[in-house]
Structure formats: C-alpha cells, structure tokens
Design a protein around this ligand. Structure first.
Ligand code: ADP
Ligand code: ZN
Ligand code: ZN
Length: 731
C-alpha cells in the first residue's frame, strides 16, 4: 500500500503530494488524515506529514524507489476524509498551499506537539449493589463517586470533600473504584445567567418552520435589527441538539459580541465551545479536543471555527453575513460564506445567513433562488426604527461652523445629556486611505475610469489604485471654485477632545484599536458603558455591532463621507450597512431613538436609502453598477501583491509579470496595473499591485498563480508575492 502525503513545511516547492510506502506493521492502523513521520530530502531527515490518500499497490506504477513511512504520530486521524475534500477546495479556489489549508484545521498547539493537561481522577471500576458494600461510610463514598464519576482526584476527595482516605483506598483495593488519568480542559467555565425560551412571534415561528421543514439547505434571513434573529438561531441549535447533531454559529468578531455569548451560554451552559483568535494556544488545543471528542456540540466563534472537527454537523449559522471579517486576509484567503456553502453541500447540513443588510452577493443569490429568502420586517418589541436625520455639512461651513459637530448634533447632545440618556458617537474611519473633497459643494475627486475615489499621496498626487491614473492635486474645486479643498482625516481622539471642550462634565469612553489592545478591553468598556458609568461612547466600527444598550437614545455618525469615499467598489454598500447598523444602537429601550448622520454629500443614494430603510432600492442601484463594471457577483477580482525592500527590483518584477500574464489574459478580462498600492510602503517594504478583472474560472486563476510563482523563483529572496481572489480591501 502507498500513501500520498502532504508535508508539513512552508516551502513552496514542497506544495505537492509525495508518495510513500506504508510499511507492513502500520497497514492495519493507518488511514486518511493520519499524521505521520516520513524521511524527507536527500538526508532523509524525519519530517511530519499528513496522509492525503491511500493507494493500493497495483493501482500505481512508480519508476523510482519510494521511501517508507516511519511511524504514526497519534492513535487517531487528525483529519477526516471530508476535511481532505475541504482542503482541496481551499487550495483550488484560493490558490493557497496544501499545508496552509491543513493548518486551518489543526491548531498550532497540536502541530507543535503540546500535550493535554492531565490529572489522576477517581472513577467507578465496577458497579456493585449497596448491600455488598456493607458499611455506611463505603456506601456514601461509592454514591458520591457515582454522581461525580471521573471529576475529582484522590486528594480532592479526601481534603475538600472530607471522605476518609482509608475507605477510598479500600474500595480501590477491592477494584470497585480505580484511579484513571484524564484530560483537564482549560476552557471558560464562567457561569452565565440563565436565558429562557421566549414565546415566538408569528414572524419568528414562520421563519423557524420554513427552515426546519424545507428540504433546501441554504437560507438567507433578512431581518431588521431587533427582529429576533438570534432567538431563531438559538431555537435551531436546540433542535439540532435534540436530533443529536452539532452546530457552528459564526459571528464577525467574537469580542464584539458579548451578548451573543451571554445568550447562548445562558441557554446551553458549559456545552458551548468558544473559538476565536484571542484564545491561547492551550485553550485552543483544549476546545479543539473537546469538540473532536463530541463533548461540545455547539461552537460559537469567529470564521476559523468553521474548520473545527465537529461530528455529525447539522447546522452552520453566519450572523451578520455581510461583514468583511468573514473574508480571511491570511492564507488561505478564503471567504467564510463560500466555504460554508461547500461544506453544507458536502455534509448535507443547513446553512443560515442572517443580516439586516445582506451583502449584495448574497441577496443576489437569494433572488436567483440559490438561497431561500426569509424576511422579517418587525421588531419583536414592536418599536419603530429610530428617526434618522441627515445633516448637510456644507451648510455648516457656510455658517462658519468648522467644528466636527453640526449645530443639530450639538443641540441633540445637549438635550440627551440633560435627560440623563446615553450617546454613541461613531467615526467610521478605516484603513489609511485619505481622499480629497470640497467642503463647500461636496465634490470628491474620483477616477473617471473606475468610479472609485482617488487617494491622496504626500507627493501631491491623487492616484487611482485600480488603474494607476495619477493627477496633480488641485487647490481649487473644479466644480465650484471654492478653496475649501481638503483631505479628510479626523480620528476618534480628536472627537474625544472636542467633546470635552463642549461638554466638560460629560463622562466619555472611547472604543477603538488603541483602547482595546488587551484581551478583555472590549468587554470592560462595554460593561462600564452598559452600567451607566459614562454618558458618551466614542468609537469606530467596533461600536456599530451587536451592542444592546437600553439607555442610548442618540447616535451620531460624524462623517459618513469617510466610508462613502473608500477607494473600493463596495463603498456605497458598506456605508449603507454601517449606518443602518449603528443606527440600530439607538432607541432599544423605552425611549425613542434619534440618529444624526453628518455628510458633505447628503444626497448620496446610500444615505438616502439608509434613512428610508429601503434596502431593495440600494440593492437595485448597486447591482446595476456591479453589472456595468464587471465587479462581483458578475466577475471576479484577482489581486496580485508584490512587496520588496528594493523598489527598482520590485517595479521591474511587476512589469515583467505583467508581460507574462498578458499572454494568459483573454480579451474579455481586464488587467489593471502595475500600480503602487494605497499603502505604498509598509515596514520598509515597497508595495505594488496588479489587478485582473473578469469572469474567469479556477483553472485560469491557477495559471496566473503558476506564472507568478515561476517568475518569483528567480528573485525569491528579494520580492515577496501574494495573490488574493475578491480581496476585502484594495491594499
Ligand atoms: P436580532 O438578532 O434580530 O437583532 P434579537 O434576537 O437579539 O434580534 O432580539 C432582540 C431582542 O428581543 C432581544 O433582547 C431578545 O431577547 C428579544 N426577543 C427576541 N425574541 C423574542 C420573543 N419572541 N419574545 C420576547 N422577546 C424576544
Ligand atoms: Zn466644490
Ligand atoms: Zn482608475
């Protein structure tokens, strides 16, 4: 018998399957997915690998002498046959290496060979009748162990539980009890308040029935914030547990969704596993084993939880499916939604996407019936969505108001603070990009070819990061001749200063990357705002998600333009999503909420539709532009990024690459670039990119990858390359 092996090594040349002979003594135990040791290279250094497939001797002809597998590393397989299929899918679709995909599925701790933490506990060895035990003290101890089988060590039983050591030893001697080494788990055992099942509303009931009764696998729940989607998720998971099936619940970022965890833990207790990037290697290891052994049948986690070894998977839920954290920015650069679809077809489990503002891609699929669309229009508590007002910042300028706050917002801030209510101020600044706009008329410098904002560079040029067009920055507005042409760039810190200037007595909290570096920072800011320790919460994207504060009645979006003018074809869609979401933070309690959105382009359709809660119109507008520009879902975008300490070499490399790629790129595809990236230099490395746009298949992208890597071989040490399909950001 032969085995095809994936070698556990980063090296690009090793990214293929290696054939090894299975020695006779391993034949009985080996299987697909086993971790093995194999001799590798000229010196036959032992190295780890994973069995990708097993082949019978007569099915292949080998014209070289194959080496033999040395040993199995574990007594069970680390990957299932289905995992191997997912690995193949990832490699083909996202152009990653085999080992990148394997590493998604097996936590570092296990790769590094860490061991379980174990302790010696007392367990029942054989069951006996009480009268066989005779003495009262034996019976008491025996009954205690029956109820706490395998939980306590000898010393815990004697010292903490105060049973006699003599009795314990006697029962062990009689082989009624025994000592056994067991794994101790290092997971979160914090207790949460019990949550209870609520009486479902008609909309919720209908939604649940549809999902449970229909044979179809994929569903999109489009439900306004507060329509009770989470409650539906909980019921679905419960139903799965009743059927003996497991579930994965994915959230955009686990630290931002404390309430979700609260509710699931409150309902399902310790059986909920948590999995996300902030776990330590040890915690990750334990959760992985707990799940693999079937001890936890429910996982809540960030995108990587999708790859956990749950048995008998019945359900995958992706909450806030439109969020961009579902796209991985490391190899494999997968999109969670796409992989979930693959897994759900592979395993026949259900996939539920939920959002108040679905991604254009998902809604498009729902309209084409690839997903079953379920809409929920009403908030559970019957409350209206908060009233939204869009403030024209150009008017403020005319009135000599140069502060970050419009008069309307200042007014509302004053009223809200006086009424002892809370405020969220939201600044949707992201990334490093800066665009130039006219504060008098709202004009934004855009690339006429690509319809995205051009980015300001310190050398005085505006550059389009799709096609490379460069223009000198003009000092006056081409539309209205005003001199208020400026680039945008306020941060949350400046907002905080200005708030303090106007409202010196208000207590302010700030939630952004700077204030949330350590592990539980989110939760502690969240808790202190919730308990009313502050009046105003200032934040970035982080404050837009999942937070449920009953006392917040005012939300201010300080500069809608910041996300509107991202150099990204999804800018309008994202603005709509962000504004809708952050608006949903207001008026969740008894009092009605108010939202003020400030903008220099107040008539932009994405603001208008957000105000009118008109997703359909937003979608129609967007889908037409996507079709026209050939952007997803009508075409793909393949981004090749090159970086190097040596600018000249990099530029030469990128142009040579362009030349080589030209032979591949068909007529109806477009190649844009090479151009410098938005972040032209990062950690001493220059960065350039090439974009290929078109309706191409996996085979084409594989050819691009091969061309790229072949050329890269010659300058491997000087130029680093990466490749990304439908990237999140134009880097
Ligand atoms: P969504 O996830 O759609 O934003 P949630 O599931 O979080 O909505 O529900 C919003 C609020 O309504 C939560 O506080 C939740 O506990 C409550 N809720 C949900 N369903 C019901 C119900 N059927 N009866 C009473 N309260 C409910
Ligand atoms: Zn102007
Ligand atoms: Zn352009």
């Amino acid at each position: 018998m032969y085995a095809e092996i994936i070698i556990n090594s980063e090296a690009l040349e090793i990214d293929r399957l290696f054939t090894y002979k299975v020695p006779y003594e391993l034949m009985e135990n080996i299987g697909v997915g086993f971790r093995v040791n194999v001799p590798f290279g000229q010196r036959n250094k032992p190295i780890e690998g994973f069995v990708f497939s097993l082949l019978q001797e007569d099915s292949i002809k080998l014209d070289y002498k194959v080496k033999e597998i040395l040993k199995l590393c574990d007594d069970e397989a680390m990957l299932t046959v289905e995992d191997i299929q997912v690995i193949q899918f990832l490699r083909r679709k996202y152009l990653c290496k085999y080992i990148d995909a394997v590493r998604l599925m097996i936590p570092v701790g296990i790769m590094k060979g860490s061991k379980n933490k174990k302790k010696k506990v007392i367990v029942i060895n054989k069951e006996v009748k009480e009268d066989e035990l005779k003495k009262e003290s034996y019976i008491n101890l025996y009954n205690f162990i029956i109820n706490n089988n395998g939980i306590y060590t000898k010393s815990e039983i004697v010292n903490d539980k105060e049973f006699s050591l003599y009795c314990l030893n006697k029962l062990i001697e009689k082989e009624i009890l025994k000592v056994e080494e067991q794994v101790v788990f290092r997971y979160n055992t914090r207790r949460y308040d019990n949550d209870y099942n609520k009486l479902l509303t008609d909309e919720q009931r209908e939604c649940l029935d549809t999902i449970l009764n229909e044979a179809k696998l994929k569903y999109l729940i489009k439900g306004v914030t507060g329509s009770g989607k989470t409650e539906i998720y909980i019921r679905l998971v419960e139903e799965m547990l009743n059927q003996g099936k497991s579930s994965i619940v994915l959230v955009p970022e686990i630290s931002l969704t404390p309430q979700m965890i609260e509710r699931f833990k409150g309902r399902f207790g310790e059986d909920v596993a948590l999995f996300h990037s902030k776990l330590s290697d040890g915690e990750r290891f334990d959760e992985w084993y707990r799940i693999k052994e079937g001890k936890a049948k429910l996982v809540i986690g960030a995108r990587s939880a999708l790859f956990l070894p749950l048995q008998n998977l019945g359900l995958i839920i992706i909450d806030e499916e439109h969020e961009n954290t579902y796209k991985s920015e490391h190899n494999p650069k997968y999109h969670t939604r796409e992989v979930s679809e693959f897994i759900c077809e592979l395993k026949g489990c259900k996939l539920i996407l939920g959002s108040a503002t679905p991604s254009v891609e998902s809604y498009y699929k729902a309209l084409k019936d690839e997903y079953t669309l379920i809409e929920m229009h009403k908030r559970v508590n019957g409350k209206k969505m908060p009233h939204m007002q869009i403030v024209d910042m150009r008017e403020e300028l005319k009135n000599k108001n140069l502060s970050l706050f419009s008069r309307q917002l200042l007014n509302e801030l004053e009223n809200t603070l006086r009424d002892k209510k809370q405020v969220i101020l939201f600044l949707n600044r992201r990334g490093y990009s800066t665009f130039i706009s006219c504060r008098s008329c709202g004009y934004v410098f855009k690339c006429p070819e690509c319809d995205v904002s051009m980015t300001y560079h310190k050398n005085g040029y505006l550059i389009c990061h799709y096609c490379g067009r460069a223009e000198k920055v003009s000092k006056v507005c081409p539309e209205c001749n005003s001199k208020y042409v400026k680039f945008f760039g306020a941060g949350t810190e400046r907002v905080e200063l200005e708030v303090k200037k106007y409202f010196p007595n208000a207590k302010v909290l700030r939630m952004d990357v700077d204030t949330t570096r350590h592990k539980n920072a989110h939760e502690s800011i969240y808790n202190s705002f919730k308990s009313g320790e502050a009046d105003i919460l200032i934040g970035t994207q982080m404050v837009s998600k999942g937070l449920d504060f009953k006392n917040v009645t005012l939300v201010g979006v300080l500069a809608a333009d910041m996300s509107l003018n991202m150099p990204d074809y999804r800018a309008a869609e994202r603005t709509y999503q962000i504004i809708t979401q952050v608006a949903g933070r207001a008026g969740r309690g008894e009092d009605e909420g108010k939202v003020i959105v400030q903008s220099y382009t107040p008539h932009h359709y994405s603001l208008k539709y957000a105000k009118e809660e008109d997703y359909e119109s937003l979608f129609r507008e967007e889908i037409n532009i996507r079709r026209l520009m050939g952007n997803p879902p009508f075409g793909k975008i393949l981004l090749i990024l090159g970086s190097s300490k040596y600018e000249e070499k990099l530029v030469k490399f990128m142009y040579t690459l362009e030349g080589n790629l030209k032979k591949l790129v068909l007529e109806d595809f477009t190649m844009l670039g090479p151009v410098p990236c938005i972040i032209t230099k990062l950690k001493d490395n220059y960065r350039w990119q090439i974009i290929i746009k078109g309706n191409f298949d996996d085979e084409f992208s594989e050819k691009v990858k091969d061309t790229l890597y072949l050329l890269n071989k010659s300058v491997y040490n000087e130029v680093r390359v990466s490749i990304d399909i439908n990237p999140n950001n134009m880097t």
